[in-house]
Design a protein around this ligand. Structure first.
Ligand SMILES: [Zn+2]
Length: 66
């Protein structure tokens, strides 16, 4: 699921998806909020896309019911 952006103070990328295994390796104490000018993690980008696809297919199904 998509969440607010966070990063590790050591990281090269920020994360914004709580399904990301890389983001999950960041200990809570090492988490910093925001993007800090970093690039988005590739896996988060993929997970975000899958979330968007899932959401849009739900919208599509809802539209079909109308
Ligand atoms: Zn990530």
């Amino acid at each position: 699921m998509r969440v607010h952006s966070f990063h590790s103070h050591l990281a090269l990328f920020y994360h914004d998806n709580d399904d990301c295994p890389f983001g999950q390796t960041i200990k809570p104490l090492s988490r910093r909020p925001g993007k800090a000018g970093l690039g988005l993690c590739m896996l988060c980008r993929k997970l975000d896309k899958e979330d968007e696809d899932a959401n849009s297919s739900m919208v599509h199904e809802a539209q079909l019911e109308d």
